[in-house]
Ligand binder design. Structure first.
Ligand SMILES: NC(=O)c1ccc[n+]([C@@H]2O[C@H](COP(=O)([O-])OP(=O)(O)OC[C@H]3O[C@@H](n4cnc5c(N)ncnc54)[C@H](O)[C@@H]3O)[C@@H](O)[C@H]2O)c1
Length: 375
């Protein structure tokens, strides 16, 4: 059985996911880099991209297998993608395109009013029997993301929210998904081995070993449109909240003070392209108040890093849909996302996800009664 998927935002992250699936299809040796070969009945190769939406003039109207290489996408895991008959469709621009990013590509002028586009898109999604809608819009696209969350609700499509506009972790929105019994996983995808997961695990290590984390920073920079867009500080608020809370949530016994933690994207260095560097520093005290610190530098291609997690999120959302489970999937959201409705330590979130896959469903209520923290 296939998972009929629609994508919003044919950017670098999507390119990493789409090309990565093709990469695995082409190889016959051991597959490195998958968290799950199968999730329930679904293999990674069952994910099919049936509809795609964007606003860039050099992507809309183009076949998806070509648009995925259009500038300013840099991903080239495979040199070419097979034709699949999908043409990138027009999305409403709304607040999707930031002021600096406009220099990198030309956004289209919408050809119809938003209500007309909304109706057309909902019809397309219904007619194409889309199972899962995955959102990879730029940081700061509040209106655009709300548009797509509403489309998921109206069309009965499971929603995976990979970026930091809060939908799954916003009780009002989450409630809408629960009322309509539509599954949602969100918000803001954790990378496979990225700055957030490393920082969280180290913060938790301090706590588990009886040490205290007094001060910490995480400075990130890279050279793609994601980093360029984040130079616009006004678009960045929820991204900073998402990344900071993700680490803070791991410190229960000795919470770190707001003034002692600084996490965020810090700069844009064009020649780095999709490469991202993160500097992480943790300063603390151990036995007898003796101070110590850790300095860490992560150097990673940020896009496959998100794809290795998205490939599971899509399958988990589909599994929930098959089982008629709606609302935020708490275990999978905590395992895969930086800003889930409820934060759990990563090993616990992983276990909850494995239980979910086996069919042991955790309801929102019985999960939030546990010890963990509601965001
Ligand atoms: N590891 C990671 O890279 C990672 C981790 C967590 C979250 N994210 C988030 O994922 C999102 C996508 O990242 P990316 O690197 O692919 O960005 P990107 O800039 O490469 O791609 C964004 C795409 O969205 C399109 N777009 C802009 N406005 C639109 C609109 N209104 N409707 C439809 N399409 C629109 C752009 O044309 C572009 O193709 C970002 O919000 C990023 O912060 C990425």
């Amino acid at each position: 059985m296939k998972i009929r998927t629609a994508i919003v935002g044919v950017g670098n992250c999507f390119a990493g996911l789409y090309q990565g699936i093709e990469y695995y299809k082409k190889m016959d040796t051991e597959r490195i880099g998958l968290m799950h070969e199968n999730i329930g009945p679904y293999s990674w190769k069952d994910i099919e991209f049936v509809l795609a939406y964007d606003v860039s003039k050099n992507k809309v109207g183009k076949p998806l297998h070509e648009a995925v290489y259009a500038k300013p996408n840099y991903v080239k895991i495979v040199d070419s993608m097979p034709e699949n008959g999908v043409i990138v469709q027009e999305a409403p621009v709304l607040d999707g395109v930031g002021k600096w990013v406009k220099d990198m590509f030309e956004p289209m002028e919408n050809t119809a009013p938003i209500e007309v586009l909304r109706e057309k898109i909902i019809n397309e999604i219904k007619e194409n029997n889309i199972d899962v809608l995955i959102n990879y819009l730029p940081v700061g696209s509040q209106k655009a993301v709300e548009f797509w969350a509403d489309v998921a609700l109206e069309s009965g499509t499971a929603f995976v929210n990979c970026m930091p506009i809060f939908i799954a972790s916003n009780p009002e929105w989450e409630n809408k998904f629960r009322e309509k019994n539509i599954p949602i996983i969100g918000d803001d995808i954790k990378s496979q081995v990225g700055a957030t997961i490393i920082h969280r695990v180290l913060a938790k290590l301090f706590e588990d070993r009886g040490a205290i984390l007094d001060r910490s920073y995480q400075l990130n920079f890279g050279g793609n449109t994601d980093f360029l867009n984040m130079l616009e500080r006004e678009r960045l608020k929820s991204k900073k909240i998402s990344k900071t809370e993700s680490v803070k949530s791991q410190l229960k016994k000795h919470p770190i003070k707001d003034e002692n933690i600084h996490i965020g994207p810090s700069d844009y260095v064009p020649f780095m392209k999709n490469n991202k560097v993160a500097y992480i520093r943790l300063e603390g005290r151990m036995w007898a108040d003796v101070p110590f610190n850790i300095e860490l530098r992560l150097d990673v291609d940020d896009k496959p890093n998100s794809a290795g997690v998205a490939v599971d999120a899509i399958r988990l959302a589909k599994l929930a849909k098959d089982r008629n489970i709606g609302g935020a999937l708490l275990g999978p959201s905590a395992y895969l996302m930086k800003h889930p409705p409820v934060q759990y330590p990563d090993p616990e979130a992983k276990q909850m996800t494995e239980e979910f896959i086996k069919g042991e469903h955790q309801t929102h209520q019985n999960q939030t009664e546990e010890t963990s923290e509601t965001v």
